[in-house]
Design a protein around this ligand. Structure first.
Ligand code: PHB
Ligand code: FE
Length: 327
């Protein structure tokens, strides 16, 4: 980690209590409303709440699959061990004028700086995983912290949810309440009639009811993991805080309500499609695009990922087509 010091903006000089951060030739500072990302050749400014929501996902997901675009300029590309931090790399206007800048870091080094920045810049009462209507604001001078929300651990099941020996089903008693926007989600449980002797092994639970008690948004959590198949459920409200460019095909199943996806070319950012998914719709997101979702009411989405680590090279090298089906 180098000690490159970012140029200070006038408001940062007021000493609002926030630390500045640097890695390589990148520098980060925040003021009351904005995050400023300095790099050789420029500075990119983002609303600080949007920046923290994106940063939370990049940290929480270990840089995710492929690209995490914080906005149309700043982002990371995961190379699974190393990670590129870039400005303008995936923006045609920047690229064509050679205004982009990229550096590669060990993933653990960048993660450490990102974690420290997220912790220092997140004020008391602001939860970057929460829907905007369910959290305080991110603005103003430094005001406490919210480490507890940032470090929240996902609930890990040892067996299928609700089977003996596993964690209890989400309940009011455990502080996991039905979300205010999911009061229409049926809470009944399926009937299970097991053959004698199999009572402890056959089980079913209401996945809608389970997801309706999630307190986070835009945070897919693995609900089944079979070889490389990862089925991840997530509850969505407002806007996916990143523009995600996957390095493989992924599938979306809209379980309830509605999300509109803005789809753009992965490399240039040029618009490609608007996809509105209603309950029951299934879509494959190609391997060469980026997408951002808009969910006007809280909705449940299943994201189906293929964890095969050979895929990024096979897609980028052209061995596999960027879409899964030829019609
Ligand atoms: C995705 O871009 O794959 C993605 C990420 C987070 C979500 C939903 C979809 O909540
Ligand atoms: Fe994606």
């Amino acid at each position: 980690m180098s000690t490159a010091t970012p140029a200070t903006t006038p408001s940062a000089k007021k000493n609002l209590g926030y630390k500045t951060f640097a890695i390589g030739k990148f520098g980060f500072e925040r003021d009351e409303y904005f995050a400023h990302i300095h790099y050789p050749g420029g500075v990119q400014t983002m609303p600080v709440d949007a920046f923290l929501r994106a940063l939370m996902r990049d940290v929480g997901w270990g840089f995710f699959y492929g690209t995490v675009n914080f906005d149309h300029v700043i982002g990371t590309i995961n190379h699974y061990g190393t990670v590129e931090l870039f400005a303008g790399l995936l923006n045609e206007a920047y690229r064509s004028k050679n205004l982009h800048y990229v550096e590669t870091f060990d993933s653990k080094d960048l993660k450490k700086v990102f974690e420290q920045m997220l912790d220092d810049w997140t004020n008391e009462g602001f939860d970057p995983y929460a829907a905007p209507d369910e959290t305080g604001n991110a603005y103003g001078p430094k005001r406490g912290n919210n480490t507890k929300a940032l470090k929240r651990e996902r609930i890990v099941s040892a067996r299928m949810v609700g089977l003996p020996g596993d964690l209890p089903y989400r309940t009011d008693a455990a502080g996991q309440f039905i979300n205010r926007q999911f009061t229409d989600v049926p809470q009944d449980s399926p009937e299970v009639h097991a053959e004698p002797g199999f009572e402890g092994e056959v089980h079913a639970f209401n996945m809608f009811a389970y997801a309706s008690r999630s307190d986070v948004t835009w945070n897919p959590s693995v609900v089944s993991n079979v070889k490389d198949s990862q089925i991840c459920a997530t509850t969505e409200e407002y806007i996916l805080p990143i523009f995600h460019g996957n390095d493989r095909v992924e599938w979306f199943i809209q379980v309830c309500d509605e999300i509109t996806w803005e789809v753009a070319d992965g490399k240039t950012g040029n618009p490609r499609a608007k996809v509105t998914m209603k309950a029951g719709d299934v879509a494959a997101m190609p391997a060469d695009i980026r997408h951002k979702g808009y969910s006007p009411k809280r909705s449940i989405l299943i994201v189906w990922e293929n964890n095969d680590s050979t895929l990024p090279k096979r897609y980028s090298g052209g061995e596999l087509k960027p879409y899964p089906v030829e019609f």
